[in-house]
Design a protein around this ligand. Structure first.
Ligand SMILES: N[C@@H](CCC(=O)N[C@@H](CS)C(=O)NCC(=O)O)C(=O)O
Length: 247
């Protein structure tokens, strides 16, 4: 039995772990769970509500993208997701932790807000989903899923507006790590995988894809994750919420 990665299709921390498994050549199957309903299932299977969860071939169960990457490095040391040099390693771990704690929640809030405004975009995020649901049934689930996810992720209008206002500052920080080599080296590291996944999910929204795509941070996201399901057409956010990004 290969390892099983439990995911929600399109989830950015799931993409981080899946990329790590591919880089390390770990044989695995992907078990897709339905959004929102995944939380109680994960709690039952892993004792924690969130995806990703990884069940290793020997039955060991892991959750949390950072913890999973640490364990993968122990079990499959090459290619290493952390640099050997102690200083570089500390910087990558710091960037990865920031990517998880600060950046990762932002696309969740921003995307669920956007999909609430433009529900017709939801099927585009399911394009390569293998969830065994008849296509005709999926749209019926949409309003319920969006409502639950918005609540679960506290995607309030004020919060999303603040996220968009703060995004340029976050991009500056990412780009300082690109300049000092913490991110964006020739071998993808744990922080690249963590941060690029969040940026790439943000870039599924056309209002954000332009400003992000024009910056080195956006180029990193496109390099690590060239393909990503989903497209929210321009106009999902009030113009004034985007002024800092367009600045
Ligand atoms: N930061 C953790 C948590 C991941 C996380 O919050 N995943 C979301 C989906 S993108 C989730 O499962 N949320 C369900 C919940 O919060 O109950 C990680 O990187 O593994």
């Amino acid at each position: 039995m290969p390892a099983s990665l439990f995911v929600v299709h399109g989830s950015h921390p799931c993409a981080t772990v899946e990329r790590a498994l591919h880089l390390k050549g770990v044989d695995h199957q992907v078990v897709e769970l339905p959004p929102a309903a995944h939380a109680p299932v994960q709690k039952l299977l892993f004792g924690r509500r969130t995806v990703p969860g990884l069940r290793l071939a020997d039955g060991e169960r892991l959750t949390g993208s950072r913890a999973i990457l640490r364990r993968l490095d122990e079990l499959h040391p090459t290619p290493a997701l952390l640099p050997a040099d102690a200083g570089a390693r500390r910087r990558v771990l710091e960037a990865e932790a920031w990517g998880d704690d600060v950046l990762q929640p932002i696309p969740r809030r921003v995307l669920w807000y956007a999909l609430d405004q433009v529900p017709t975009a939801i099927p585009t995020f399911q394009e390569h989903s293998k969830l065994p649901l008849p296509a005709a049934v999926r749209p019926l689930l949409t309003p319920a899923i969006v409502a639950v996810e918005r609540r679960m992720n506290r995607a309030t209008d004020a919060g999303v507006r603040a996220d968009l206002r703060d995004l340029p500052r976050h991009l500056d920080r990412i780009e300082s790590w690109l300049r000092d080599g913490t991110l964006g080296g020739s071998v993808e590291n744990a922080a690249d995988l963590q941060i690029a996944a969040s940026l790439r999910l943000l870039m599924t929204m056309e209002d954000l894809a332009g400003p992000l795509g024009a910056r080195p941070a956006g180029a990193l996201a496109n390099r690590v994750f060239p393909a990503w399901d989903g497209h929210v057409p321009a106009g999902a956010f009030p113009e004034e919420w985007l002024s800092a990004l367009r600045g």
